[in-house]
Design a protein around this ligand. Structure first.
Ligand SMILES: [Zn+2]
Length: 304
């Protein structure tokens, strides 16, 4: 056995036996390097923009949106309301996929719309103020939850509240798969990967009523076995990212600024992980940066 393999096995054993300390360790690891390691890193042949091109919206704002009350967005630290997203494209990236097809790998959504997509990972911090903020701002976002981490404390009920009320289009914020225990999937056997990915598909189906179509591998690490496992249990797209929200500002994989269709990675984090910044301040910082760069926030599930 090579030293690297024995080290790997030892670290897996540690992972299994760490128990409650695990989420905290993961958080620290994620904050320092992992979940938000700047740019996502998958195998070359699978990574990159999907080949299919999404039709773009008309550029017109969704009709029927009431004018936002200045009290509301100012309460959450914004100088102006979030612009309504344009009409969603007529076709999504995953349209036409059949059950069992290998999922598409999406680092960035191909669109000309002046939109970016906000995603929150893991599920550690469960700040009630963020539920109020999301509701007040009618904020669209997608959640990628790890069972071990999301289950702690008030558990999945918190994320149920964050899904919000159905809008005029009948849609709520999406809850998606981020494995059972947040391993580096590249270090696991195909069968162990299947348990991590499909186990969380089943847990989320039981809790929220349907299998999530989107999956995000922890640390952005995956291989062919991940795609096979995910496709086999109903995942349509593996969602990576190009921009990462740090405590106060954004880090970009390319070009030093946001581009149309960027997927922004953020986490459910609180003052302990954010050096005193609350989850809602963190989100305010992110939204102000998005607005400053001329973008608004749209619903990832409308495009992918
Ligand atoms: Zn993560």
């Amino acid at each position: 056995m090579s030293p690297s393999i024995s080290g790997l096995r030892a670290s897996r054993r540690r992972f299994r036996t760490t128990g409650p300390a695990c989420a905290a360790a993961l958080l620290l690891a994620g904050l320092l390097a992992g979940c938000s390691s700047g740019s996502s890193s998958g195998p070359d042949k699978a990574a990159g923009s999907p080949s299919a091109r999404t039709g773009t919206g008309t550029g017109a704002a969704s009709p029927g949106a009431a004018a936002p009350d200045p009290e509301t967005y100012r309460r959450w630290g914004l100088d102006k309301p979030l612009a309504a997203p344009p009409k969603p494209p007529s076709a999504k990236l995953t349209d036409g996929m059949r059950p069992g097809d290998a999922p598409k790998v999406v680092k960035r959504v191909p669109t000309q719309d002046k939109v970016v997509f906000v995603t929150f990972d893991d599920g550690a911090e469960k700040d009630p103020a963020f539920v109020r903020m999301a509701k007040d701002l009618k904020l669209p976002f997608s959640m990628f939850l790890t069972d071990d981490i999301a289950r702690a404390g008030s558990g999945y009920d918190y994320f149920e509240r964050l899904r919000g009320e159905a809008g005029a289009d009948g849609k709520r914020n999406g809850v998606h798969n981020h494995t059972l225990s947040h391993p580096n999937l590249r270090t696991l056997s195909p069968e162990a990967q299947r348990r991590e990915v499909c186990g969380q598909q089943e847990a989320l189906e039981k809790r929220f009523g349907s299998r999530p179509p989107l999956f995000r591998p922890p640390y952005g690490n995956y291989n062919d076995a991940t795609l096979t496992a995910a496709g086999g249990c109903g995942v349509k797209a593996v969602v990576l990212w190009e921009a990462t929200m740090q405590i106060n500002d954004m880090r970009y994989a390319d070009g030093g600024k946001l581009r149309a269709g960027d997927i922004v990675l953020a986490h459910f984090r609180g003052p302990q992980e954010l050096k005193g910044t609350s989850m809602t301040q963190h989100v305010t910082n992110m939204l102000r940066s998005i607005q400053r760069q001329g973008f608004t926030v749209a619903r990832l599930e409308d495009y992918v």
